[in-house]
Design a protein around this ligand. Sequence first.
Ligand code: ZN
Length: 142
Amino acid sequence: MSLEKLYQKIILDYASDKANKREIPDATAVERGHNSSCGDDITIVLKVKDNVIDDISFLGNGCAISTASTNMMIELTRGKSMEEAKVIVKTFFDMMAGKDVSEEELERLGDAQILEFVSTMPARIKCATLSWHSLKVLIVDH
Ligand code: ZN
């Protein structure tokens, strides 16, 4: 299996995971992200308690890359403090921008590391970063 095929399989696995697509009844903040070039429309729902991401989910629909990226982000940041989440989001954007990111920092991104290969496809970068922009806004507003 080529690396690209493997990446595609991982992305499709994450994209088909529906566990994080749900309402959070006592959510503390929401941020909608819309990518008009692809049609992705994903809202990030957040519940922050004692400065920790107590729960995070999404609503809406997007393509395989945006949905997979959203699920990866949700699984990486749930249970993390806002400070930790901020570092993860920054590392992700650094990676997507092609900046130097150390192996140790990349490790923090878990499976989201594979989205780096999307950064070579300009038309799909917006798909991969959509929900991360939303979370960044939520962290800054917090
Ligand atoms: Zn898309």
